[in-house]
Design a binder for this molecule. Structure first.
Ligand SMILES: CCCCCC/C=C/CC(=O)SCCNC(=O)CCNC(=O)[C@H](O)C(C)(C)COP(=O)(O)OP(=O)(O)OC[C@H]1O[C@@H](n2cnc3c(N)ncnc32)[C@H](O)[C@@H]1OP(=O)(O)O
Length: 729
């Protein structure tokens, strides 16, 4: 195995145009600078430098990809082999001109290597960037010192602290690359190298330059610090990146390198870096889906999608239509009434117009939407997405119609967020082609797509939905069928605990602050006001928890076998629906207002409510808020794993990072649990369950107990404690 790898991984050497040495970084799939590649590069570069016949050197990457950076897997172990810092120094110090031929991508260590070269020629379609910050790190092979010496401090800081990847034309504008070509970048680099033989190189060595600064650099850096603090949601890497760039301003190159290394070592051992790197691989692992039947991404083909239909042009249907069109799939958009159709059409066309401007899409995109009241048109489509209200009988009625109207092999998708896929499929003649596609609002923006299979859903339907997710540039995660699937089933407990905390003595401001300090962009009550309290109210009504269809039994504060908080129902009954009515958990300046302020009425009401129901108010501290909101959600994650609704903890974590804005530097709920320590999560759940025996969801799941009893093994091995091994890492 090592030999096969060694054979494939190398810095291949050849001569071109007589006197040019071409070194090709070869380490499929993305030519990462792994230990073996660094070793080979060290030898090869020395050889090129030593060969008197070689007058210039060109570095390129195999298979049209310059370099994807360091091998992230190596960050978990000990570094060995030649250091990248030293290799890049060799390159920069070379007396022969060295030219980077950038095709595909030059990312992280790959861009650092290119910055060590004296010139950079890129293909128009190549992308460059320093994504290290998204992995909890910083560019640590001189990148944080060389980039600010090459381009403006503002741009260098932005690229390093955000990890934004840029196109070659933008890199040319900023001065990162010297030339861009839409022809063969390697050929151009070889020609270019030949032309510069013998020219002085001193000014091309970035380590010899000083960082060009704006006039008041100190206040510039202070403002940058304040802005990073505000936007980083508790992530430490952006701040370390700023410190490194700061060193490039105030220190010599060598001192700056030292600072860079110091900061890198601090970050590398941090939990946040582990979480972010876990998240990188977890995101890629979701593509490797499997179903309990044994069907997988490898053994199942997706159907080609030439045309799709969307039924229901409310908020979700509109976003889905735009998402499909952006992915290049023409859509027939269907509504039941003319008024709704016209309203939907107006909004969709204006959304497409915006997308058209933003992404410079061609005019054809705007012409890919057809609008109709005529369901007979559905005969033409390969896939339908139903996006009507969350009402089982309405959905069943539509699927019954679809079954007779659509072609026999059309994939029938429902954008339900909670309802039983199998019950919906049961009214069709093709239940194997029915699949859940749970989009998140706004559907043309949010990256997550939960793909739900029922017991009769065919692998082909799942593969097609997953392919569609990819085509729409979304992260698809395949999950099993249950109430709320993965995301909402867990979220329900998070919200429920927040309501209980209000009943027990907390206030919305306090709960939201703790959640925002943890790293959520908005606390639960602000989210609830933004989405509208009535959304959850309707779901509760559908579930028979409140309203006219309320299932008999239970009491005011106890329903469906456990404690129930009617606070949200009461607010809705009194017209407190959130931002749209100008009042919810917070007050807003006007209906539709966006700035939350203290809701005096709510605070008085909570006091009265507690008194009326004899609830003993207690001080709710930060730890309790965080633990009560997060641990039951995590506990449900363990139930979901046990029931094999999610195939792996990575899938759950990706759903939370991409669908629920879980701070990525905490990895996701399951990874967070592993960081906090499973025994602690278990103890706290036991503790809270003892105090609140009427909240059954606080009772620890048997999988959590089993994992703790087995010494809390690492997350990648949890699958061994479920019936079948599910972890994909
Ligand atoms: C003491 C001083 C030490 C200094 C060390 C210097 C520090 C350097 C820092 C770095 O360079 S950190 C790495 C920076 N690079 C990145 O973050 C790039 C990450 N990769 C990507 O963004 C994408 O993979 C890509 C390169 C744009 C390619 O995208 P594409 O969609 O074509 O393929 P993927 O499915 O994403 O990837 C294919 C395959 O390759 C694996 N992979 C990709 N990049 C890396 C990497 N840098 N390290 C390890 N593995 C990588 C990825 O996981 C996929 O694997 P799979 O098994 O097929 O799922």
């Amino acid at each position: 195995m090592t030999q096969t790898l060694a054979a494939a991984t190398m810095a291949a050497y050849r001569r071109a145009a007589g006197c040019i040495a071409v070194i090709t970084l070869t380490n499929p799939p993305v030519n990462t600078l792994s230990y073996l590649l660094r070793e080979s590069f060290y030898e090869t570069f020395r050889r090129a430098n030593a060969d008197a016949e070689v007058k210039a050197i060109v570095i390129c990457g195999a298979d049209g990809k310059f370099c994807g950076g360091a091998d992230i897997k190596e960050f978990a172990g000990k570094f060995s082999g030649p250091s990248l810092v030293a290799l890049i120094d060799d390159v920069e110090q070379s007396k022969k001109p060295v030219v980077a031929a950038i095709e595909g991508m030059a990312l992280g260590g790959g861009l650092e290597l290119a910055l060590g070269c004296h010139y950079r020629i890129a293909h128009t379609k190549a992308q460059v960037g320093f994504p290290e910050v998204t992995l909890g790190l910083l560019p640590a092979a001189g990148g944080s010192q060389r980039l600010p010496r090459l381009i403006t401090l503002t741009s260098a800081l932005e690229l390093i602290t955000t990890g934004r990847r840029i196109s070659a034309p933008e890199a040319l504008k900023l001065g990162i690359v010297d030339k861009v070509t839409d022809k063969n970048a390697l050929d151009m680099a070889i020609d270019f190298a030949r032309d510069i033989i013998g020219k002085p190189l001193e000014s091309r060595r970035l380590s010899l330059r000083t960082t060009p600064c704006p006039p008041d650099v100190e206040s510039f850096l202070d403002e940058a610090l304040a802005s990073i603090r505000k936007h980083s949601r508790g992530a430490i890497a952006p701040l370390a990146c700023l410190q490194a760039v700061r060193a490039s301003v105030y220190s010599t190159f060598d001192e700056g390198l030292k600072k860079e290394q110091e900061l890198f070592k601090m970050l590398l051992t941090s939990g946040q870096a582990r979480a972010l790197q876990y998240s990188f691989f977890a995101q890629r692992a979701t593509k490797k889906w499997s179903m309990p039947s044994g069907a997988t991404w490898k053994n199942t083909s997706a159907r080609p999608l030439r045309k799709a239909a969307v039924i229901g042009l409310g908020t979700m249907g509109r976003g889905i239509t735009v998402a499909l069109i952006k992915a290049g799939i023409p859509v027939i958009a269907v509504e039941m009434g003319l008024k709704q159709l016209e309203a939907g059409k107006t909004v969709i066309m204006s959304m497409l117009e915006k997308e058209f401007k933003k992404k410079q899409l061609t005019k054809a995109y705007r012409e890919m939407a057809a609008f109709t009241l005529d369901l007979a048109k559905l005969q033409e489509v390969d896939l339908v997405v139903e996006a009507v209200f969350e009402n089982m009988s309405l959905k069943k009625q539509i699927f019954q119609q679809l079954s007779s109207l659509c072609s026999a092999d059309a994939i029938l998708c429902t954008n339900t967020s909670t309802l039983d896929i199998d019950e919906i499929a049961s009214v069709t003649t093709t239940p194997h082609l029915v699949v859940g596609m749970h989009f998140f609002a706004p559907a043309h923006v949010m990256k997550l797509l939960e793909v739900i299979y029922g017991p009769r859903t065919s692998p082909t339907a799942v593969a097609t939905a997953m392919q569609l997710a990819q085509q729409m540039e979304k992260v698809g995660v395949v999950v099993g069928n249950c109430n709320g699937f993965v995301g909402n089933r867990m979220f329900k407990l998070y919200a429920e605990q927040a309501y209980f905390l209000l009943e027990e003595g907390a206030i919305p401001e306090q709960v939201d602050q703790v959640l925002e300090d943890f790293g959520f962009p908005m606390g639960i009550f602000k989210v609830s006001d933004l989405s509208g309290l009535d959304i959850e109210w309707k779901i509760r009504q559908e579930q028979g928890l409140t309203g006219p269809k309320q299932i008999p039994g239970g009491s005011f504060r106890h329903r469906a076998g456990g404690r129930y908080s009617p606070l949200l129902d009461i607010l809705c009954e009194r017209g407190y629906l959130g931002q749209k009515t100008g009042q919810g958990w917070y007050l807003y300046e006007k209906p539709g207002g966006r700035v939350p302020t203290f809701n005096l009425w709510l605070h008085k009401f909570l006091e009265e409510y507690r008194e009326l129901h004899g609830i003993q108010k207690h001080y709710v501290g930060q730890d309790e808020i965080l633990e009560r909101c997060l641990y039951p959600l995590i506990n449900m994650g363990f139930h979901i794993l046990e029931e094999r609704i999610a195939a792996s903890p990575e899938d759950i974590d990706i759903i939370y990072v991409f669908g629920y804005s879980w701070p990525r530097h905490w990895g996701g709920p399951m990874f967070y649990a592993s960081m906090v320590g499973l025994p602690r999560v278990l103890d706290k759940l036991n503790y809270y369950h003892e105090i609140h025996p009427d909240i059954p969801t606080l009772e620890p799941s048997s999988l959590l107990k089993k994992l703790v009893a087995n010494g809390s093994p690492p997350i990648g091995t949890w699958g061994a404690f479920i019936k079948e091994h599910n972890s994909k890492l």
